[in-house]
Write a protein that binds this ligand. Structure first.
Ligand code: ATP
Length: 238
């Protein structure tokens, strides 16, 4: 579902990503972890097509994201850590706007908006303008927008930051369900290692723009916690 081959990215003279290389299968949930500034967001933005990259290739469901950018965008979703929504719109307008972009049939979008709106506890507030929402509510709208068109690949930057405990639990359970029942592939950056350990079957650790570990969570964590492993990898000098 996602194949990243030797991804290289420069900002000016500075090499930010050093030949990043890993793949995810359908139904994988992968935690992308690393220190601040390691290159997680840059990698995710490259996959989504928000920034150009300088070397390597990225494939989504077999499609080259550079050559088939519109087709790949049809099957993926991206939620940044600070979603910038159209504040003048009402929540419901924004979700319908997303529904229109993805040509979502009326009945399907109605059902999804109701289900996710209720689950996130904001269904009754969808008639209000996004500007009037709290940060967490805006994050919930962005998440609903990312889920309603049934993407095959979901990429998220710090999805759990700012969510209340009920919403956090719902997102965790929904990710599990989507991966298991619908084969959705999910890659998210996080600093919350406990969530990563409980939720993800794959883990990727990036350090200074290089991938220092990638594998099945149960294999890499057979004897140590993710926190211990992370600390160990960060202090390695390789
Ligand atoms: P965090 O955990 O803090 O979100 P991150 O792993 O997502 O960090 P990135 O945002 O990918 O890190 O940043 C990787 C590197 O690229 C950092 O050194 C950052 O300063 C640099 N960088 C990011 N965006 C730009 C930009 N637009 N121009 C120049 N350098 C940038």
């Amino acid at each position: 579902m996602l194949k990243i081959e030797n991804l290289v990215k420069y900002y000016g003279e500075k090499k930010i990503l050093h030949e990043i290389d890993f793949s995810l299968e359908s139904g994988d949930i992968c935690a992308f972890i690393g220190a601040n500034g390691a290159g997680k967001t840059t990698t995710i933005k490259s996959i989504v097509g928000l920034i150009p990259f300088d070397g390597g290739q990225i494939f989504v469901n077999g499609m080259d994201v550079e050559k088939e950018s519109v087709e790949t965008k049809k099957i993926l979703s991206y939620v940044p850590d600070n979603p910038e929504l159209y504040g003048f719109m009402r929540g419901i307008d924004y979700l319908n706007f997303i529904g229109d972009i993805f040509s979502l049939p009326y009945e399907v979008r109605k059902e999804k908006i109701e289900t996710y709106g209720q689950a996130f506890g904001i269904y009754d507030r969808l008639g209000e303008s996004i500007d009037s929402y709290s940060h967490g509510m805006q994050q919930k709208i962005a998440l609903i927008g990312a889920l309603i068109h049934s993407p095959k690949l979901i990429l998220l930057d710090e999805p759990f930051v700012g969510l209340d405990p009920l919403a956090t639990r719902f997102v965790r359970e929904e990710f599990r369900r989507l991966a298991k029942e619908e084969g959705v592939t999910i890659l998210f950056s996080t600093h919350v290692l406990e969530v990563a350990e409980k939720l993800c079957n794959k883990v990727a650790i990036i350090k200074n723009g290089s991938l220092v570990l990638f594998g099945n969570t149960e294999d890499v964590l057979s004897e140590v916690s993710l926190e211990d492993l992370f600390v160990q990898r960060m202090s390695d000098n390789e």
